[in-house]
Ligand binder design. Sequence first.
Ligand code: PGA
Length: 253
Amino acid sequence: MRKKIVAGNWKMNKNLQEGVALATELNEVLTADKPNCDVIICTPFIHLATVSNIIDHTVIGLGAENCADKEKGAFTGEVSAEMVKSTGAEYVILGHSERREYYNETPAILKEKVDLALANGLKIIFCIGESLAQREANQQNEVVKSELEGSVFHLTAEQFANVVIAYEPIWAIGTGKTATSDQAEEIHAYIRSIVADKYGKEVADNTSILYGGSCKASNAPELFAKEDIDGGLIGGASLKTPDFKGIIDAWKK
Ligand code: PGA
């Protein structure tokens, strides 16, 4: 059956020392009180190699927040999927709405990144989700479908097994406004149905679909109780150990 996952997305927060402190604290807390879900932290590139040596990878997985759309070479400032993998990271977030919006990452660019991440043995947390205007126009289903078709539905079923989907309505990210559990469940069930149409029911049943957008300890239990919500991708609340642990513990309720 599919995995239950709580993943943190630190975004552009924490300098190296602060990131090391946070990872050390989280590792202590979670090795003492084992989670009953998979826990992943996705950090800025500069933290990866150091954090990789701090955490117990049997308890906490490590991921990057992005990788390049090119394999290697003269691309000043870029970080390749191979480099990410060489730090000890196992995951990469791709398709986050902030990357799509502020760095003009198109479905075609994301498709390149997806292929390179998989070719280098990384698992992908692939983000999809509609804007407020799209939600108000009731276009959310079309949006998530086209985002999947544009960047991941070219994969074989075997490759797709390395993809975790994160549904993150843009209007709920960092806004304090969460989708209701019913709103989230409705679209998660839809996402699972289109995965089933593409890859069959078994693959769809094994695909973890995370909710992201102002998820916190207070609303996580209700969200995670839904049939098609397999955990969360957590921004703000992943930056403090008690907040993040509170969400992880939602799987114990
Ligand atoms: P948030 O961010 O939890 O701060 O809303 C979620 C995300 O962007 O992954």
